[in-house]
Design a protein around this ligand. Structure first.
Ligand code: PMP
Length: 462
């Protein structure tokens, strides 16, 4: 096994022409890139002919896997009929209308209107702008701050990156902007105090939120945004009762809850929505990713009736609703959204996820027993293994050792793509994965972890 084989022509052209997101770009020349050529089912194949089980659904999005013929047909048909139109200035298109209706039908809370964006970041930016606009309309110009959480991930546009609670999204970027507050991350394993039960931890999270709100002044805070299960921050599943506890605090102060369901929507946690799995009752929801199963870019903001009515009532004073994206409501994306939801329903994808969940759980528990793994956590078909230097004390590795990236590289060499979030290895397979493929994915995961452990025990770490 060569550590750094010579780069192929495509890899060289890639490195010379692309600025890669979320990549240690200073190392690219020596590590090279994996240039993906094609995909079918849960497998992707690189241009050198190697096949991988895509254990992350790309970026937590390709729930129906790759090359679904029905999705391809729906795309071709829409391209032939109307490849583009917008929904600005009282124009519309049938796929946008149909998808908005479908989303209203399956939303876990009452929704009046759907606003389309091209991405999750834009959906979350829109949420913030809608909250500000609404409070201006309602004569509450000071009620503007947004609470997010440490380790949250809400995207990378200026406001979404500000809401994100990860240092690498702030350091060097002049972020977060003001009006953004971060409260505690509800990760008991990492942030629980020695001997603190989950119930005590949850009560402390709620108290800390209340303290923050009282310190800042409830009249200055518009909303709190939360992923039901935190994704890119390390797949953090809050303890039982967490959302009930924080929702009670928010309700006391008239602060609305925005659920960022960009990862957790459309069956990922074993229900249509993560909000249902986690007992969350949001006022409004952001969706993207599995909305089209990543066959085309699309995000959505679900707007409740009273929020919508506030804009309507005040449109005479605030003027036209001046917000919208050129590709928001793109007919191709919306047609694929309609088709994806129809497939989720007709093929009972959520039932399939539920049938696989016991297998996923059993295999994650086994991963949790691995000497390198401090905690294995999971919810539905999304999970993560946090790698630690010492299981008993939960001591982390020095991040400079890059143990997580090394482990994910080794897993990749075994034919499975998982994602290192620091030293936490995330797993989020396409929801259509078969039981045999899921077991194969975990076998490759385990082999990679064994090799990572062997590498760690050579003692070369800091
Ligand atoms: N919210 C969550 C929960 C996400 O996981 C992501 C993307 N990983 C985003 C927002 C941002 O979505 P996008 O990359 O489409 O802007």
């Amino acid at each position: 096994m060569l550590d750094n084989p010579p780069l192929t022509n495509l890899q060289t052209r890639d490195i010379e022409s692309l600025l890669h997101p979320y990549t240690p770009i200073h190392q690219l020349k020596s590590t090279g890139t994996v240039v993906m050529g094609r995909g079918k089912g849960v497998y992707v194949y690189d241009t050198q002919g190697r096949g991988y089980i895509e254990g992350m659904s790309g970026l937590w999005c390709a729930g129906l896997g790759f090359g679904d013929e029905e999705m391809i047909e729906a795309a071709i048909e829409q391209m032939r009929t109307l490849p583009y139109y917008h929904i600005f200035g009282a124009k519309s298109s049938e796929p946008a209308i149909e998808l908005a209706e479908k989303l209203k039908e399956i939303a876990p809370v009452p929704i009046s209107k759907v606003f389309f964006t091209s991405s999750g970041s834009e959906a979350n930016d829109t949420q913030v702008k809608l909250a500000w606009y609404m409070n201006n309309a309602m004569g509450r110009p000071n009620k503007k701050k947004i609470i997010s959480r440490i380790k949250a991930y809400h995207g990378v546009t200026v406001m979404a990156a500000s809401l994100t609670g990860l240092p690498s999204n702030h350091n060097g970027w002049d972020l977060p902007v003001d009006r953004v507050l971060h409260t505690d991350c509800p990760h008991h394993y990492r942030f629980g105090i020695e001997g603190e039960s989950e119930a005590e931890f949850t009560a402390r999270m709620a108290k800390s939120l209340r303290d923050l709100i009282e310190r800042e002044g409830p009249d200055t805070i518009a909303a709190m945004i939360a992923e039901p299960v935190m994704g890119a921050g390390g797949v953090v599943i809050p303890p039982k009762g967490y959302y009930e506890a924080i929702q009670a605090v928010l309700a006391e102060h008239d602060i609305m809850l925005i659920a960022d369901e960009v990862i957790t929507g459309f069956g990922r946690t074993g229900n249509w929505w993560g909000s249902q799995t986690l007992n969350m009752r949001p006022k409004t929801i952001s969706a993207a990713k599995q909305l089209t199963s990543a066959y085309a870019p699309l995000g959505a903001v679900m707007v409740p009736e009273d929020v919508y009515q506030a804009y309507v009532d005040h449109s005479a004073t605030l003027g036209t609703f001046a917000h919208g994206f050129t590709y928001g409501g793109h007919p191709l994306s919306c047609a694929l959204g309609v088709k994806a939801i129809e497939i989720y329903q007709r093929r009972d994808i959520i039932g399939h996820v539920r049938r696989l969940m016991p297998v996923f759980e059993r295999r994650m528990k086994k991963i949790g027993e691995h000497p390198l793994v401090g905690e294995a956590r999971y919810c539905g078909l999304v999970g993560a293994a946090e790698l630690v230097a010492d299981k008993a004390s939960k001591r982390s590795f020095d991040p400079r050792n890059g143990v997580g990236p090394k482990a994910s590289k080794l897993i990749e060499e075994n034919g499975a793509i998982l994602r290192a979030l620091g030293d936490t290895i995330a797993i989020c397979p396409p929801m259509i994965i078969s039981e045999a493929e899921l077991n194969e994915l975990f076998d490759r995961f385990e082999t990679g972890l064994d090799q990572a452990e062997a590498w760690v025990s050579t003692g070369a770490l800091r």
